[in-house]
Design a binder for this molecule. Sequence first.
Ligand SMILES: [Zn+2]
Length: 421
Amino acid sequence: LTAGKCPQIDAARVIADLRELDRRTGGPGGARRLAWTDEWREARALLGELLSQIGISSDRDEAGNVWARLEGDEEPAVAIGSHLDSVPSGGWLDGALGVLAAAGVMRSWVSSGQRPPRSLALVDWADEEGARFGHSLFGSSAFSGTFDAPHAGELCDQTGQRLADVVAADGVDSRRALEAGRRRARLGCYLELHIEQGPVLERRGLRAAAVSGCVGIERHRCRFIGQTGHAGTTPMTSRRDAGLAACAAALELEQIAVRCAGTATTGSLTLRPGIPTAVPGEAEMLVDVRHAEAAQLHVMLQAVLGAARAAADTRRCGLRVERVWGIAPIEFDETLVVLAREACAEIAGSDFALRSGALHDAAEVARVLPVAMIFAPSRGGISHAPEEDTSDADLTAAIETFDRLCTKVLISRGPIAERVA
Ligand SMILES: [Zn+2]
């Protein structure tokens, strides 16, 4: 079997499905598919409709991931997918592109009447974004076995609700989430299509690119504890201002990131009591540190925590640090990345691979299966915002490139098949 004799994806149909998803769960304010909410469930219901139209049923694993299988001549299956959840006021393509393209790949095989040479397994990972509890990659980390159930279950959202209680409403028992790992047994590799969420492809004029791996991330909560006092009567020289300690630390983090050629972001800073007439007695900041190399990530994190400690000491404040979540840097599978580059060259007319600074379910899956990804360009590099967009022409090229990658893997023989098996 050659790629030319295999069915080809209907990219226009995938884009139409994406627009329908946006119509149901998006709007002018952006995507509203926050995990464990009604809009997320509505998005998953649409996926169920699309699959049942092509005669494929789906089910859920213990972590709330949705799976659908199309049986082929050989096992193990090629897994394809991404995530339907979004950040609040997110973009219409982040995650959804990969899931609906995966459905498109299955549709093309079913409607052609051909049986795929290897089984296909579609997956919609649960709560990739971690927007509510700060724990990214919920479903895929349960699948890969890195999910820390006792720790994660106790994480709270801003209203004080526990993760374990919230996911229970969707039938997920977080203590049993790791049992999702049983799905690994029938899978040979994992392929994911995603928007880049950065500016590289657009700047280089690329319509698709292969992804060689993902950066590592350390996410920590730093709580500075000073002394609340009256804004008018507490002399400037005798204050223990936790807010200023946190601000000083945040500015130092920027310098550390520049020095280490990584990224460091203070994405959340909360002052208490948070009124204009009081010196903040407490400040809480959420810090996200990223680097492509594990050793450098460690060096950066130590520098960041050292800077927080120094800023606290300078202002005579206490400091409590809690690791919220983290993931080690990961390289994707060399053989599959080569196939991904070939697909880019054949369909999108360019051969380029880059490392992702954003996190993807593929980074978790790569710990237990060979993985490759395809990126589509993001207009202006913007993502996690209502303005997130990609032209139809670029989407078409990226969807068809992903389809070609799937075909290459499905028909592969020799070393690639052994790799997959
Ligand atoms: Zn995403």
